[in-house]
Design a protein around this ligand. Structure first.
Ligand code: HGY
Ligand code: MN
Ligand code: MN
Length: 405
């Protein structure tokens, strides 16, 4: 039977990218199709049953002897942000595949069904919606999903249809099993484990997060002939707003995080006063009330600016995800396994969002981290050593063994 290492899978998937000098694999792009096809083909080579659902999530499963309807479920995502690292999401899929295939090779058929889900999309880096793969598995996708458009005006349904139909040429159509419990292993994407010199993070909670798209509408005009007092400069008003929001975030204080990561200026020409600016806001905190406080102060600031400058400022909140707590019994089992294996561990919360928080809506979940060098992620500098990757896979493997055999 074929064998493969976690690092080999990560290296192979990292080659599927839409940009020459960097890793960018946005959902439903050709690089995404090639990566998901590789995952499905690999699962088949390793003797797993493989299917792809209508969102494009790959389901790699092993039937259990007990013939139950549900499955012990492991998963993460293979889509990426722009100019990404190679480990975010992909590590969880790779570790799940290797752990399960090693278990079957060592112990034969499990008692319970096991499935590894390579979710179609988690990041929200192409369309204004995230977690679409795991939301589909739990049957909770937003109504307007198919009409959502990316920055090129391509709809979610066009992109999905074009990509998933390619996967279904070689991989069979199918659905995930009902989820008995869900486990995700992921790089930490932060500095805590490295600073604490711990090998495994046992994650008890995932932050609440809200994401907005803010549109400032001004009046395009000549940069040279328009007096400053007569301008409706969309970019300047956006800057005033962002500067004030930064002060509000500092006044509320850590661990609130506030990010403006994306900005589009129209018409984006040096001698034209910008008529429109669209920018993103991402805020996170374990306490939803703190996010609400920030949002209330943001809306008050926007009302003030609209009055003062008679300009239109539109707010679209497209993500409003509450904080989630993982299952204490499953975390306790992870803790016990780390102690038995003499692996150092640290109980912590996650500042990053994960598919775990969606699966947590329907089933008990566990989330474990491995260290990120210098805490860097969503960057080509993202790195985790092969040793740490394998320690995580070994803990996950023992964890699945306890649950499924
Ligand atoms: O943005 C996040 O928290 C995750 O990496 N999707
Ligand atoms: Mn991720
Ligand atoms: Mn990410």
């Amino acid at each position: 039977m074929a064998t493969v290492s976690v690092s080999e899978i990560i290296e192979q998937v990292s080659r599927f990218t839409s940009m020459k000098e960097e890793i960018t694999r946005l959902v439903y792009e050709q690089s995404w199709v090639d990566a998901q096809r590789y995952i499905g083909t690999l699962g088949a080579k390793l003797g797993m049953n493989v299917a792809v659902d209508e969102m494009g999530t790959a389901i790699l499963s092993v039937r259990g002897s007990s013939e139950e309807k549900s499955a012990i479920t492991i998963g993460s995502h293979i889509d990426s942000v722009i100019n990404a690292g190679k480990y975010d999401g992909v590590y969880g899929v790779a570790a799940g595949i290797v752990a399960v295939s090693e278990l079957v090779r060592q112990y034969g058929q499990p008692r319970k069904n096991i499935q590894v889900l390579s979710f179609s999309e988690e990041e929200g880096s192409r369309f204004p919606m995230n977690f679409s793969g795991s939301r589909f598995v739990i049957n909770q996708v937003p109504e307007n999903m198919d009409e959502l458009k990316d920055n090129q005006g391509i709809t979610f349904s066009e992109a999905k249809q074009h990509a998933v139909s390619q996967l279904h040429e070689t991989l069979s159509k199918g659905q995930a099993y009902e989820v008995e419990n869900f486990t995700e292993i992921h790089i930490e994407q932060g500095p805590v484990l490295e600073n604490q010199k711990k090998q495994i993070g046992i994650v008890t909670g995932i932050v609440a997060q809200k994401r907005f798209s803010i549109t400032v509408n001004g009046q395009g005009n000549h940069a040279g002939t328009t007096p400053m007092s007569m301008r409706k400069d969309a970019l300047k008003q956006a800057m005033v707003l962002i500067g004030r929001l930064e002060e509000i975030a500092q006044e509320i204080g850590e661990p609130l995080v506030f990010t403006v990561g994306e900005m589009h200026v129209f018409p984006n020409v040096s001698n034209v006063i910008p008529s429109q600016v669209v920018f993103s806001i991402d805020i996170r905190h374990m306490d939803m009330n703190v996010l609400q406080l920030f949002e209330d102060r943001m809306l008050a600031q926007i009302r003030q600016q609209k009055q003062d400058r008679l300009m239109e400022i539109l707010v679209d909140c497209w993500l409003d995800e509450p904080a989630e707590k993982t299952n204490p019994e499953l975390s306790a089992l992870l803790d016990q396994i780390c102690k038995e294996k003499n692996i150092s561990s640290h109980v912590m919360s996650s500042g990053a969002g994960h598919d775990t928080q969606i699966m947590n809506l329907v089933a008990p979940t566990a989330l474990l981290f491995v260290p990120s060098r210098a805490g860097i992620s969503h960057s080509p500098l993202e790195y985790t050593s092969a040793e740490d990757l394998n320690t995580g896979k070994d803990v996950l493997k023992e964890f699945i063994y306890r649950l499924a055999y």
